[in-house]
Design a protein around this ligand. Structure first.
Ligand code: UDP
Length: 474
């Protein structure tokens, strides 16, 4: 049976403190229009998990802010069998262009998929009314779309996965899902290049993801808090360890930074050392090996800079053998470098026991960075890029996927055309380290660009416009 996730409402008035008055007025006006249009209706969000993953990160704040604005937004999670989730993982992998478990997407798979979703349907029939809006997220619940449409509700399907160039595996996943998602009133993608062949283009809408700026990950924290967090978590060596850092969790309860990071390093960094930072999972597509090599070979010692590649503690992510392997490879590469290069490289595993604590450590590390990198080989969107931009940091990132929509090259960051070009990667970092004025100008422009385009307000405005559109209100 599907279950409903309780989402506490969030106070959208807070955006007043970070937006230009005109932009806030635009937002307040659109919210008022949406409230009127949605009076007596429910906006349902449907996905397949309440914990973990990017979709949850995006959904929780948007549902919370919508509720705070007086819109009856709710969140339902479908139920499935292990075989169903094996199948949907296969579809997910194929949408990324990879084989996954190698299993088929045949008629048997289709029957399994439809049977499990049919078991979820009665709960939807009880709850969803003809006046409602349903936003269905990702492949797992996509098969519900035609049934929800038949009930009279307006149905939007949002795809959180995409690749720059589709191969046959990608197309096979499209073919499997098209009979369902093709029936939606609108299909939403992160970027227009991700929209599928075979969909009615007039129903395709682009809504890039956004970050929540009032969470431990992104909230504004002052320099002394940054230092206290870095010192307490053992990221930097110097300075007093004072009282534990207390912070406010998104649910309003207090949290403490008390755990330490595990670093593979010769010596801890000192506060005054300029840092080049990449915060990413230990994943081949985030290219930790390329980041280490690029830094080691192309960022000269005279910059005085050290590299920190920080990812989740892989021991805590039990089902991530690939992460553990990637970390081992990174450690081995670091160990093979000459001592004077090796000592400038720190491989950091961040504690994951308390995700708010983890988020505050990421926040402090990103704020402390002189340069942030995101040297991905492929990327759906790349939230870390917006996170760095929001913190007014200069970001050096690959021109792939959604990253190229975030950074305007040389204005609000630096894009590297070929993600495997270590020379250009190192040169861009070096230039920013050697020209702090330029780095600061880019960082300031990045903050502005993130403010206008990549914080929750923008997603809410886009959703309001989309809902007006599916109701035929201009
Ligand atoms: N992240 C984190 N702790 C880590 C590594 C990553 O909180 O140790 C966060 C990061 O700040 C970002 C998200 O995980 O919010 C990663 O999203 P992104 O879109 O950059 O990449 P994905 O991991 O979804 O491919």
């Amino acid at each position: 049976m599907p279950h409903e996730v309780e989402v506490p409402s969030r106070d959208a008035e807070r955006f007043r403190s970070v937006l230009e008055p005109g932009r806030y007025a635009e937002f307040a006006h659109a919210a008022q229009q949406a409230r009127t249009l949605l009076d007596g209706r429910v906006v349902w969000n449907v996905n397949s998990t309440a914990r973990g993953g990017g979709v949850v990160e995006l959904l929780r704040p948007l549902v919370g802010y919508a509720r705070g604005l007086g819109i009856d937004a709710r969140w339902l999670v479908i139920d499935g069998t292990p075989e169903f989730f094996e199948l949907t993982k296969r579809i997910h992998n194929r949408l990324h262009g990879s084989e996954g478990d190698g299993g088929p997407l045949d008629e048997h798979a289709r029957r399994l998929y439809e049977d499990v979703l049919a078991e979820n349907l009665s709960a939807f029939r009880e709850r969803v009314h003809a006046d409602d809006v349903v936003i269905v997220h990702d492949p797992q619940p996509a098969g519900l779309v035609p049934h929800l449409r038949a009930s009279g509700a307006a149905v939007i399907w949002r795809c959180h996965v995409g690749v720059d160039e589709a191969n046959d595996l990608v197309r096979s996943a499209w073919a499997f899902l098209l009979p369902y998602v093709g029936r939606a009133d609108a299909c939403v993608f992160h970027r227009s290049a991700f929209a599928w062949d075979g969909l009615d283009r007039t129903r395709v809408v682009v809504i890039p993801p956004t970050i929540d700026v009032f969470t431990p990950k992104n909230e504004d924290i002052d320099g002394s808090t940054v230092h206290a967090v870095l010192r307490t978590s053992a990221l930097v060596a110097d300075g007093e360890v004072g009282a534990p850092v207390i912070f406010v969790r998104p649910d309003g309860t207090p949290g403490r930074v008390e755990r330490q990071v595990h670093s593979v390093e010769d010596e801890r960094v000192r506060t005054e050392t300029p840092l080049v930072v990449q915060v990413s999972r230990w994943d081949a597509l985030k290219d930790p090996i390329g980041v280490i090599r690029g830094f080691a070979e192309h960022v000269p010692a005279e910059t005085g800079a050290h590299l920190v590649y920080a990812g989740p503690d892989v021991e805590s992510v039990a089902d991530d053998p690939e992460g553990a392997r990637m970390l081992r490879e990174s450690v081995a590469l670091r160990a093979s470098l000459p001592p004077d290069v090796r000592r400038r490289i720190h491989l950091v595993s961040l504690p994951m026991d308390d995700l708010d604590e983890n988020a505050l450590i990421v926040n402090a590390l990103q704020r402390h960075a002189s340069v942030i990198t995101q040297k991905s080989l492929a990327e759906g969107f790349g939230l870390t890029v917006s996170e760095g931009m929001w913190k007014a940091r200069p970001v050096v990132a690959s021109r792939v996927g959604g990253i190229q929509d975030q950074i305007v090259h040389r204005e609000s960051g630096v894009l590297i055309d070929d993600p495997r070009d270590l020379t250009s990667f190192g040169a861009a970092i070096t230039e920013l380290l050697q020209h702090p004025d330029q780095a600061e100008t880019i960082g300031r422009a990045a903050r502005e660009r993130a403010r206008n385009n990549f914080i929750s307000v923008r997603s809410l405005l886009d959703y309001f416009a989309l809902i007006r559109r599916v109701f035929g209100v201009s």
